[in-house]
Design a binder for this molecule. Sequence first.
Ligand code: NAD
Length: 309
Amino acid sequence: MARIVISEFMDERAVALLRPRHEVLYDPGLVDDALRLQAEAAACDALVVRNRTQVRGDLVRALARCRVVGRLGVGLDNIDVAACEAQGMQVIPATGANALSVAEYVVASAMLLLRGAFASSSDVAQGRWPRNALSQGRETAGKTLGIIGFGSIGQTTARLARGLGMDVIAYDALLGAGDAVFGQAGVRCATLDEVIGQSDVVTLHVPLVEATRGLFGAARIASMKRGAVLINTSRGHIVDLAALAAALRSGQLGGGAIDVFDAEPLPPSPGLEDCPNLVLTPHISGVSAESNERVSFMIAERVLQALAA
Ligand code: NAD
């Protein structure tokens, strides 16, 4: 019987799948107690985390007998994968399991942002009625969606957007025009500059790596179409939020949806308050009841397989 430590929230039914076979410590608060986490790490054969547990440095060294790290989600920027693998651990993400939740968040945000819906909420609540000012909202059909990063989430977003009648163009650093994945999805493969300059909505679906850190600074935001919408569900450190806020206030951009931040929770940020047509959400695009179930069961099953090998 192995010992499995789960340091962040997981679907309880998936935890129950692990329990009869192994000794399980399920403590979603463990991530906030560094000393106890370190001690538990030293005695586990499998560690299951979400995105908050930083599996690097001393924590990796503490995982002396651990064989597998399960990641309840996809981005691996909170895990030093090379260090884990060097110590003989397998790192297993829940590839694809939350793609639909993120894609739905993107198209829902795009539709409401193109209509200017989030520019009016506080006005309406305060008794104002900016109906004339917002009468030039745009329909989604026929608009161009630009996807940066055409992996699991990018492709799922393209499928939903095509269903709404959008034209979809996409850039991916590792895929080229010759890759069948674009044609099969009804998507035109484009350069990064083309995607940024030609899209009514730009959505980011890249991992946080050196090449994507700071990808969307003031210069790239300035080269987007006037009135375009920017959506970031990938990771913080990729979009410069001060530059985004300035572009929204000046009217250069028409809307923004940001689900991920340089620091989470986001510290109080007066510059983002009352920013026109800006939606801020607390890293929830990939988390829904359904995706949490899919992600949790995928990781439970893969951790069981890894421990049985
Ligand atoms: P994926 O690995 O399937 O796809 C990522 C794609 O980005 C790949 O096709 C890759 O070739 C491409 N890419 C890598 N570097 C690039 C670069 N420099 N420029 C352009 N393209 C590049 O991953 P995914 O499942 O689609 O997830 C994408 C990211 O979304 C994750 O890494 C994670 O950070 C983030 N995410 C966030 C949430 C959330 O709740 N907000 C949920 C899931 C995933």
